[in-house]
Each structure stands twice: as structure tokens, then as C-alpha cells.
Design a protein around this ligand. Structure first.
Ligand code: AVJ
Length: 325
């Protein structure tokens, strides 16, 4: 019955994770000032990200979904998973392409979504166990950037670790390698990693994807200041900040920034701190790294992983790879 097939548990980080207050103090007192992109995703930020995915300019989500739909069965045949662990599962919308493939291939695997939002996982999970009558789902509540050694996967069975959405791109190269090493630490034998990453392409297409004409991305970017105003009793003049997205080709990354329209002093009551922002001063809010086949292979290799399959969208717009240890 459904109850037996939907469960959840907390996953503790290996070390206590820095609090929002700690991260913000560190970032805002740095030069250039920066904020961690993980703080974008309060309810409003998550809804705005869904809206970004619906804009014509932001191709990554729909391009990855098309690859999952086209290659889902080949992926599941190759990985033949008994357990599917998904890092940053969100609403598991795209994972359904993999579950459909399991359904078609009679490959009943246990699904372990891992995300900070328990509510989203449990709401999605209830629908998933109703839609796939063979599915056992165990929701892991926590922050995967805190490490994976406390993930309670059973020792037996083949594992497919799923890391989609290009979210690896948010990490700087050293952190991306460390994250992949953590994932490799969970893999042995025939286990596989399914990784989705965005690809280097022309600047105009990339910058438009992060600065849509409708201004949804601008609103998403400014929203992190609303999170700080609420969580740290701060008084950022949110609407006075200008959104900017620029592609740094040398570092192969989109940088999103918020530029102050006027000089002003921001008080962050919870931090008992006030900072003076100059007119035009920018706060860096997100990196989104883009890969070529070579830089992707090199990154995987640096973590002890090797590509088994490489599914590319038309024109090399996006990459979905299967990798093994
Ligand atoms: C969810 C982190 C993959 O980097 O493309 C979308 C977030 N930022 N538009 C990305 C995002 C601006 C997205 N990731």
C-alpha cells in the first residue's frame, strides 16, 4: 500500500553547514561582494525559477528534458539501477522521464530524491507512488553540499546517481571536482552517474538565457535581496538594484550580478552590521559554468570518473552524460 512505499529521513551534513547569516557576512564583506546562489530558492525564488524555465530564452531545462525523453530507455538499460539517488531533485518533474523508462523496461528501482525542500519532495512523492505502482520512494531531506557519507543507501544493488539541471555549473571548478569526488565515493562496480551540464555557445544566446526580455530572471536575481531583508532584518532597496548577466568566456561562465542604482547604507539587524554600498557597485549572485566535451571529460577524470555515454542536444547546446568510476 502507498504508506509503505513513501518514506523520508533527514541526512546530516558531514560538518555543520555555515548558516545563512555566516555566508552573508562572509560574502558581503568580501570584494567584490557576493552571495551564495543557494539562497535564491525561497518559495518565491523557486516559483520564479519555474517561470524562468518557461521563458523562450532559457533553453537548458527544456533541452535537457528532451534528451531525457529521447534517451531515457538507453540510460536505464545501461545503468539497470536498483537505486536511483537524485541530488537536488526539486519537484522530480524531469525524473519522470527516467521513471517512465523504468516502467517500460520493468526495471523497478527505489527512488531516493535528495533536496532541502521536504514539502516539495513529499508532495511530488505522493503523486509519483500513485503514478508508478511499483515505485518505493525514500525522500532524503538535507543539503547535499554538506557531503554524501550519511546517505543511507543500502549496500546491495546497482546505483544510478542523478545530478541534472546543470546545477553542477553553480560550483567553481575546485568545488565541482569535490562534489564529483563525493559522488564517486558512493559508486562502485557498475554504478553510474547521470549528469546534465550546459555547454559553451555564443555569448548572445547565453546572456539572453540569463536576462530574458520579460525580466523574470531579473526578478529572480533581485529576490535574493528580499530573502536577506526577511531573514536578516535587512533593508536593501531591492527595486533600486539592476540585474546584469554577462558571459566570461575565459572562465566559461555566466556571472549574474546586482548593481546598486544609488549609493546607500544597508543595515542587517540580525548581523548587527551596516555596510555602505557605492553607486553602481555590484554584488555577484551566481556563476553558471558552461562546458565543452573536453572540459567536461577533464572534470570527470579529475574526480576519477569516465564517460560511458554522451548524449548531446542538437548543435552541442546541452550535454547529458553517463559516467562510471
Ligand atoms: C538551476 C542553477 C541550473 O544556473 O542555469 C537560471 C539557475 N539562474 N537562471 C542555472 C538559474 C538564472 C540555474 N540552475
Amino acid at each position: 500500500q502507498t504508506g509503505a512505499r513513501l518514506s523520508s529521513s533527514e541526512v546530516a551534513p558531514e560538518q555543520p553547514l555555515a548558516s545563512l547569516a555566516d555566508d552573508v557576512r562572509t560574502g558581503l564583506l568580501s570584494r567584490p561582494r557576493w552571495l551564495s546562489p543557494k539562497y535564491f530558492y525561497d518559495d518565491r525564488g523557486s516559483a520564479l525559477f519555474e517561470a524562468i524555465c518557461a521563458t523562450p530564452e532559457y533553453y537548458p531545462s527544456r533541452t535537457e528534458a528532451a534528451l531525457l525523453e529521447a534517451h531515457g530507455q538507453e540510460i536505464i538499460e545501461h545503468a539497470a539501477p536498483d537505486h536511483m539517488l537524485e541530488l537536488g531533485s526539486g519537484s522530480s518533474r524531469k525524473t519522470r522521464h527516467l521513471l517512465d523508462a523504468c516502467d517500460a523496461l520493468d526495471q523497478s528501482c527505489q527512488y531516493w530524491p535528495f533536496d532541502v525542500s521536504a514539502q516539495m519532495m513529499l508532495d511530488a512523492g505522493a503523486q509519483l507512488v500513485a503514478d508508478y505502482d511499483w515505485l518505493a520512494l525514500h525522500a532524503l531531506i538535507g543539503d547535499y553540499t554538506g557531503g554524501l557519507t550519511n546517505v543511507p543507501l543500502p549496500e546491495d544493488g546497482r546505483r544510478l546517481i542523478v545530478f541534472l539541471g546543470g546545477t553542477l555549473g553553480n560550483f567553481e571548478p575546485g568545488e565541482a571536482r569535490a562534489m564529483l569526488e563525493q559522488i564517486a565515493g558512493l559508486m562502485r562496480g557498475d554504478d553510474q552517474l547521470l549528469l546534465g551540464v550546459d555547454r559553451v555557445k555564443d555569448t548572445a544566446t547565453l546572456e539572453a538565457a540569463y536576462d530574458d526580455a520579460e525580466g523574470v530572471t531579473a526578478d529572480f536575481n533581485r529576490n535574493v535581496l528580499r530573502v536577506l531583508n526577511r531573514e536578516l532584518e535587512a533593508d536593501f532597496p531591492v527595486d533600486d538594484y539592476r540585474h546584469r548577466a554577462l558571459f566570461d568566456r575565459d572562465k566559461a561562465r555566466i556571472e549574474m550580478r546586482l548593481g546598486a542604482g544609488h549609493a546607500h547604507r544597508v543595515t542587517l539587524a540580525t548581523l548587527d552590521t551596516a555596510i555602505d554600498i557605492d553607486a553602481g557597485e555590484e554584488i555577484v549572485t551566481e556563476f553558471s559554468h558552461k562546458f565543452t566535451p573536453d572540459t567536461l571529460a577533464a572534470l570527470l577524470e579529475s574526480a576519477g570518473l569516465a564517460m560511458d555515454r554522451h548524449f548531446e542536444a542538437e548543435g552541442g547546446a546541452y550535454s547529458l552524460v553517463l559516467a562510471r568510476r
